[in-house]
Design a protein around this ligand. Sequence first.
Ligand SMILES: NC(=O)c1ccc[n+]([C@@H]2O[C@H](COP(=O)([O-])OP(=O)(O)OC[C@H]3O[C@@H](n4cnc5c(N)ncnc54)[C@H](OP(=O)(O)O)[C@@H]3O)[C@@H](O)[C@H]2O)c1
Length: 262
Amino acid sequence: MAVALVTGASSGIGEATAIRLSREPGAELVLVARREERLRELAESLPCRATYVAVDLTDENAPQRVRQHLEAEHRGELHLLVNNAGNAWRAGFAEGGFANVQRHMELNFDAPVRLTEALLPLLRASGPSAIVNVASTAGRVSRARTGSYSASKFALIGWSDSLYTEEKPYGVHIGLVLPGFIQTESFPATELREKALTRWIVSKPPKVAEAIFECGPGRKPERYVPRPYALAAHARILFPSLTRRVLSGGAASSLTTSTGEE
Ligand SMILES: NC(=O)c1ccc[n+]([C@@H]2O[C@H](COP(=O)([O-])OP(=O)(O)OC[C@H]3O[C@@H](n4cnc5c(N)ncnc54)[C@H](OP(=O)(O)O)[C@@H]3O)[C@@H](O)[C@H]2O)c1
């Protein structure tokens, strides 16, 4: 591993991933998010060379700015791209409508696709290299009020599987990480952590960071974090009626947590 770029590195899973990657011999990191002060502090605290780009990834020129930074500061090399930045804004479709779908798609799908398009030539030239797309268990199973978020993550997963096949001959591995409930700023999971019955299902960012390492440099195809969340995805495929019934029942409403923005 050498040059690794992590989006959404100013907090949560991205920050934990940067810390995890910085322990690898010869690592050079590029941290990307909007909050510059956070990125600067993290870059200065890491034990390896780390630079940063403070940018809104939904901006038109964001991919080009990141590429220019890699060319100017890291010899145009890129061995690992972690597409992690993302967010969720809860709303039923009748209230949020297309505007909420579009908002999710712009950040959780369009932004990683546009960034990958700009950086793919560098990844190919630096091969063997890898991309890890941080999707979600919600990209396999939808719950009430998370339809827009799920749609963006379903899209990211579908695109990733295809890209894996296309880029294999060029030495660019595509890994997928599908977190469940992980306590972070955008996803505090407060409702679950308050109850003894559900507290145990909430995990921590370093666990996801380890999975990102496995699916990037470790070249695994995908990882659920925690692993048992895979059962929900299997149930959706094998028992669709049962899964829908369970997820529209009363107990399932406790699984739709509020987001940090709420
Ligand atoms: N935590 C969970 O339960 C969970 C579960 C499944 C999937 N995920 C996924 O994990 C990823 C990371 O989320 P997290 O839980 O670590 O939340 P988080 O701590 O809030 O981190 C989100 C990161 O994305 C960045 N970001 C948001 N909007 C951006 C924009 N327009 N341009 C650039 N950067 C932006 C944020 O930085 P700035 O605000 O500084 O820009 C922040 O660094 C997301 O893709 C999320 O969907 C999380």
